[in-house]
Ligand binder design. Structure first.
Ligand SMILES: [Zn+2]
Ligand SMILES: [Zn+2]
Length: 141
């Protein structure tokens, strides 16, 4: 799985996967390029890498969408963001601040750490920017 440690993806790739996950249906590389203000050729290269990792599938003429593995990975990326943001609110940050600050460093936090934090926080269901879901690895510890 791509979520064994949480370190497999660069911050940029994390953002791309979340972006694709937030769209219904396949996403054109040009749409991603526009969304991030980067060159389409850069996106094409990165999408090929993500497809090579088994996270994306290409739909000819329609763009890219998440594979099953990609969807599971996206769920983890979203949970990681929400657990970290929620933790930051416990230290006095506003919801907006917590979301923004978590986005700066979340890519460097391992899945094990997130599972431990989720347990320590009592498996919260509400994050500051959406619901938090739980899986076997955070529930069984
Ligand atoms: Zn957020
Ligand atoms: Zn949990």
């Amino acid at each position: 799985m791509g979520t064994d440690t949480g370190f497999e993806l660069s911050p940029r790739k994390v953002d791309y996967i979340k972006f694709i996950n937030g769209k219904s249906g396949p996403v054109k590389t040009n749409t991603i390029a526009d969304g991030f203000g980067v060159d389409p050729s850069t996106i094409t290269k990165t999408m090929a890498e993500l497809a090579g990792d088994g996270l994306l599938v290409y739909a000819p003429y329609h763009g890219v969408s998440l594979s099953e593995k990609g969807k599971i990975t996206a769920q983890f990326l979203i949970k990681r963001h929400r657990i970290l943001a929620l933790a930051l609110t416990h230290f006095g940050l506003s919801h907006e601040q917590a979301c923004r600050e978590a986005s700066r460093f979340e890519s460097y936090v391992s899945k094990d750490a997130i599972d431990q934090m989720c347990r320590a926080m009592g498996h919260p269901n509400k994050g500051v920017c959406g619901d938090i879901t739980h899986d076997d690895s955070c529930l069984e510890g």
